[in-house]
Design a binder for this molecule. Structure first.
Ligand code: PLP
Length: 401
């Protein structure tokens, strides 16, 4: 079985069967190696393993067969040479920065980033002499904005694609070209799309980061992350994880392996539901605007069609009446989970201006396009009619006013 040439397999098959190594127990499902260390037949073998002269497990901070299986399968799905798994999405980004940057280097990032990513860059990396500059949210769509902001010190360009919660896209190919002309690397946080919907490496990006906590687990159980890319970069990042210790727990890796098995199927269902809900919202009289790149009304719908297999499951929409109106819709739901999390089978709803983007100043929020009337829904896998009914309660009441 383990001798199969998996390279001919589709991503769906690779996610389920690639690199399976069946033990003498003849188990059907990939086993969970819940062990921190490994033993050797002799002192000489231990020496060979520790020195790296002979391949094999040494210590689970950096070698664990369950974690390694998750890494290999995710690398195969992203089309990357190597993957390094980490304890969270944030530690994936931290390990990437520690591995590839030094004092004096600069990161050029989209300003439409996950809040903790901005916090990591600003509060911690800057402390060690790494400079962060941000492209305004309204300009990230324009590759020339990246080209004119890049400097000789820029080592990394960093973006989420599409952005949260307004689904702004960057043209990955064009921004990668900008990076490469200046000897910099393009990093894409692919957590909203997963490799099922978007393969940034194939589009020209150098590195992909993931919060596996979201769709890869998909069922709200575990925190974890990963970095995928070329071996030369991944070796540096592997050494950070090996030395500094933000490693993924084998148990969480095992959950993520189970998550990858159904990822294609789940993403397809998430996207179908989201596309239908976005259309329904756009037609609702209480909704002023819908941000979903699968809608023909989205300014980058054509780019989205070129870059993505489907359009994801996160929808932003605005109601008239600001915070009060948005909160009334959120508080009228009975089934949806009021939470900032996403990538779960359970549909979640949140008010970005006072939660995920609550730390921004008023000015920063307006610059980021986060209106007080904006609501974000991450569409789950409950029945679509039940999701609509839950949202209709508050929306219909607004429309009747
Ligand atoms: C959640 C998230 C992260 C951070 O991941 P954790 O697993 O929570 O550490 C990073 N980027 C994006 C886009 C996210 O949604």
């Amino acid at each position: 079985m383990s001798t199969h040439d998996y390279s001919e397999w589709s991503a769906e098959t690779a996610a389920i069967r690639a690199f399976q190594h069946r033990t003498h127990e003849q188990e059907h499902v990939d086993p969970l190696y819940m062990t921190s260390s490994f033993v050797y037949g002799s002192a000489a073998e231990a020496m060979r393993k520790f020195s790296g002269e002979e391949e094999g497990n040494v210590y689970a901070r950096f070698h664990n067969p369950t974690v390694q299986l998750f890494e290999k399968r995710l690398a195969a799905m992203e089309g990357g040479e190597q993957c390094v798994a980490t304890s969270s999405g944030m530690s994936a980004i931290l390990s990437l920065a520690l591995g590839l940057l030094k004092s004096g280097d600069e990161i050029l990032a989209s300003s439409a980033l996950f809040g903790s990513t901005v916090g990591l860059f600003r509060n911690y990396l800057e402390k060690f002499g790494i400079t962060i500059r941000f492209i305004p949210a309204t300009d990230v769509v324009n590759p020339d904005a990246w080209a004119s902001a890049i400097t000789p010190k820029t080592r990394l360009l960093f973006a989420e694609n599409p952005s949260n919660p307004l689904a702004t896209l960057i043209d990955v190919q064009a921004v990668a070209d900008v990076a490469h002309r200046h000897d910099a690397l393009l990093v894409i946080d692919n957590c909203f799309c997963t490799p099922v919907l978007q393969q940034p490496l194939a589009l020209g990006a150098d590195i992909v980061v993931h919060s596996a906590t979201k769709y890869i687990d998909g069922q709200g159980r575990a925190i974890g992350g990963a970095v995928v890319g070329r071996r030369e970069h991944m070796q540096e990042i592997f050494n950070v994880v090996r030395t500094c210790g933000p490693c993924l727990s084998p148990f969480n890796a095992w959950l993520f392996i189970k998550g990858l098995e159904t990822l294609s199927l789940r993403m397809k269902a998430h996207c179908e539901q989201a596309a239908a809900l976005a259309e329904w919202l756009e037609a609702h009289p209480a909704v002023a605007k819908v941000y979903y790149c699968g809608l023909p009304s989205h300014p980058q719908h054509e780019l989205a069609k070129r870059q993505l297999k489907a359009f994801g499951a996160v929808i932003g929409f605005e109601v008239n009446g600001g915070r009060k109106a948005a909160w009334s819709v959120i508080d009228s739901t009975q089934m949806l989970s009021i939470t900032g999390n996403l990538g779960d089978v359970r549909t979640t709803i949140t008010h970005p201006a006072t939660t995920t983007h609550g730390k921004l100043t008023n000015e920063q929020r307006i610059a980021a396009g986060i209106d007080e009337g904006l609501i974000r829904v991450a569409v789950g896998l409950e029945g679509l009619e039940d999701i609509k009914r839950d949202l209709a309660r508050g929306l219909d009441a607004l429309a009747a006013r």
